[in-house]
Design a protein around this ligand. Sequence first.
Ligand code: BJ8
Length: 423
Amino acid sequence: MADYRQMWNDLGMDLESHDVLCNVLPVAFGDVYLSQENRPAAMDFWDMVVADVHGIRPAELIEAQKNGQKVFGTFCVYVPDEVVIAANGIVTGLCGGSDFWVPAGEAVLPKGTCPLIKASVGARLSKTCPFFRIADMYIGETTCDGKKKAWEILGKDVPMYIMDMPQMKREKDIVKWTEEIKDFSKMIQEFTGNEITPEKLAEAIKTINAKRAAMERVYNARKDKNIPISGKDALLMTQIAFFDDPVRCAQMCNRLADELEERNKNGISVFPAGTKRIMVSGTPMAIPNWKLHHIIETVGGAVVCEETCTGTRYFEGQVDETKTTLDEQYRAIAERYMGINCACFTPNTGRIDDIIRLAKEYQVDGVIDVNLKFCCLYDTEGYTVEEALKKEGIPVLGIETDYSDADAEQLRTRIEAFIEMLG
Ligand code: BJ8
């Protein structure tokens, strides 16, 4: 591993605390990932990225900043990357997925806040994540109440721009979201000093569509009766996609998809025949939250699909590439993003339809509907999710968890019993 201490120091990071995090992460990664057998060779890229997760990409971002590019940190799949890229900006995900950051978040937020928000705020305030130090501006959004209030606290420490999300999906809401994207675009152009032209936006739309298509190819390979990649590895690919350069991300995902499609042809599976196929639905799993996948895949199950924002909600649906004026392009972007079914919308019947569709497409034996503790949106929607799955005769287990290991044994027992019941 290269020595990035000077870079972290220049970013104003707390090196002592950061050392503690750097000591835990490789052990966790080794236990969860490197212990797997017959992994696709193309996973070597993601292994390399994780091995230097606070080094390689941060160094690239700093280099880009030196060349005049601006870095925007985001927390939600609703923020349209296309607009930032069209202005020669860079997007990086900022959601925190480690229990390590929760105490620093709890120092300023109520304990009854979801761990994703606590970890994200904690990562900034504890000065232990380079991505949170590098971003020139954070982009928040008005999705859930916890996030809305967290932006006010983060905004005291770093420049923040908030996108006002509609809460319904009527025509007038799509019109409103289109206008919001236009305002966002105006701000991005002013902040970067770069004008967005229809040509540049068309190019950016193609870039992000290509990234989505590549990720979808990997997911499609998981629909095969022989499962060519573990859920843990697929999750890692998606988690890193939030941080990586989109062109390289597409290249690496396509390289992985090539290998998985070859495995499909040759009937190669990373799980023994008869392993129960599980879909995980619900709240996102930010890196390095691998807890649930690891439990499922060490008690006899295989995760074949994630109906989450670190899964299908991130890449499904393309922006229409045929539009040629900025007005039409912004509308096309708005339509694509309004197709994402987050539980912050009401009604949210599209998500229920998606879950049933995905359960069938991926031929799942059962669904584990997961809720991050204190996420009232997904918790409440879990009732409707379970009701719809039961109606379809698809077994479902609802669970609530956080980032700590305190409930790991209890979860293991419940999930093992659920998988045995499927057999
Ligand atoms: S589009 S799921 S990424 S908002 S888990 S912080 S909702 S209390 S992350 Fe999300 Fe965008 Fe929706 Fe997706 Fe709040 Fe719930 Fe926490 Fe959440």
